[in-house]
Ligand binder design. Structure first.
Ligand SMILES: Nc1ncnc2c1ncn2[C@@H]1O[C@H](COP(=O)(O)OP(=O)(O)OP(=O)(O)O)[C@@H](O)[C@H]1O
Ligand SMILES: [Mg+2]
Length: 341
């Protein structure tokens, strides 16, 4: 590991993970924060009187969703192409994140921003645009590479970041990974939520489900494999709350993302240097919020067992790993990787 760049008081290094559902920031001062990736603008003068002129973020924007234009600007990990409002929302979100770590007014800000593995080329301009007002120098890094770097697992290891919009893969071989070492697929947490919502609506047409509600069910009770406890949830039917057992729907939708993950993992491993493929199989690491689904690690190892014996484990602190890794890269990367803003 190269020596860390000295952090002087007038340089603030930050790592940012811009995620579909949550965005996180970690600063070289040790401050770290996250926010749900929602931005809301008051809809009209009544909303402005109630909320003030300000833009709302995260949970606060969600809580006031009836009074604000609510935008979730990062779809499948890239800035949704198109509307000015999405671009504006990303700018506001980046600003909000940086403000949350209290940069000093005279500090130079070096920002490393993580984006999904394959989106590197398309994203660069839009991200640069979003960051340029707030940072002095920018580096865009691939999210799963940032995670691997932050874990200091740089050789013969496979990282799988299972987020909301995307699953990002990166295989590490002791040097800087290239595009060939990375993959992105889009069957992640949002996909699970949509499947669960669809199945439950079909099975219980009289009940009122919402996307936020089923996401909550998944985050508290999602699982893969055999259930230790039944999954029981309370749901309104024409205003009256009933308890439903949704265990089989839950396990089905959580497991539904595994085949594509296993297939993509094998696609990367089979292209790896043959002498070291067995080592990689012993070093498979999961990150991202959806890796917290109970049994996901064993479920993936199980789906891979026809190709040999795998060790799959969830890294520590999977929700901050992207931002932590981006900060580690910001502190270590040589000058030529930085872009002046
Ligand atoms: N405890 C949990 N159990 C199951 N799923 C969870 C849990 N906590 C968060 N999630 C899910 O993880 C996803 C968010 O993870 P993460 O913050 O890594 O994604 P993201 O970075 O916003 O998305 P992406 O990387 O795709 O842009 C959401 O789908 C969320 O519902
Ligand atoms: Mg992510």
């Amino acid at each position: 590991m190269p020596p860390k760049k000295k952090t002087t008081t007038d340089t603030l290094y930050i790592g940012i993970d811009l995620g579909t559902s949550r965005s996180a920031i970690v600063a070289s001062t040790g401050k770290r924060q996250w926010v749900q990736s929602y931005v809301g603008w008051p809809k009209d003068f009544v909303a402005k009187k109630m909320l003030g002129d300000s833009v709302l973020f995260g949970q606060e924007a969600l809580d006031n969703r009836l009074s604000v234009h609510l935008v979730r600007p990062l779809e499948q990990g890239v800035i949704r192409d198109g509307t000015e409002r999405d671009e504006e929302a990303v700018r506001e979100l980046v600003h909000h994140l940086i403000e949350m770590v209290d940069p000093g007014s005279s500090q130079e800000i070096y920002a490393a921003v993580g984006v999904p593995a394959e989106a590197l080329r398309v994203n660069k301009l839009a991200i640069r645009d979003a960051v340029k007002e707030y940072a002095d120098r920018l580096m865009i890094v691939s999210e799963p590479f940032a995670v691997a770097y932050g874990q200091e697992m740089l050789n013969n290891a496979l990282f799988i970041d299972i987020g909301a919009g995307t699953v990002d893969f990166c295989i590490m071989h002791g040097t800087m990974p290239t595009e060939e070492d990375q993959r992105t697929i889009t069957t992640a947490g949002d996909f699970i939520d949509a499947q669960l919502l669809g199945r439950l609506q079909e099975k219980y047409p009289g009940a009122s489900f919402s996307e936020t509600m089923v996401r909550g069910f998944k985050e508290s009770k999602g699982f893969v494999g055999s259930a230790r406890n039944r999954v029981k949830v309370s749901v309104p039917f024409d205003g009256v709350t009933r308890s439903l057992d949704i265990s089989s729907e839950m396990s089905h939708v959580c497991e539904s993302v595994i085949p594509a993950i296993a297939e993509t993992a094998m696609d990367l491993i089979s292209g790896y240097e043959p002498d070291f493929q067995e080592d990689v199989k012993k070093n498979v690491y999961l990150a991202g919020g959806s890796s917290l689904i109970r049994g996901m690690d064993d479920g993936i190892a199980d789906a891979l067992k026809e190709y040999g014996s795998f060790n799959v484990s969830v890294i520590e602190d999977p929700l901050y790993a992207g931002a932590d890794g981006a900060l580690a890269l910001a502190q270590d990367m040589p000058e030529e990787y930085w872009v002046d803003m």
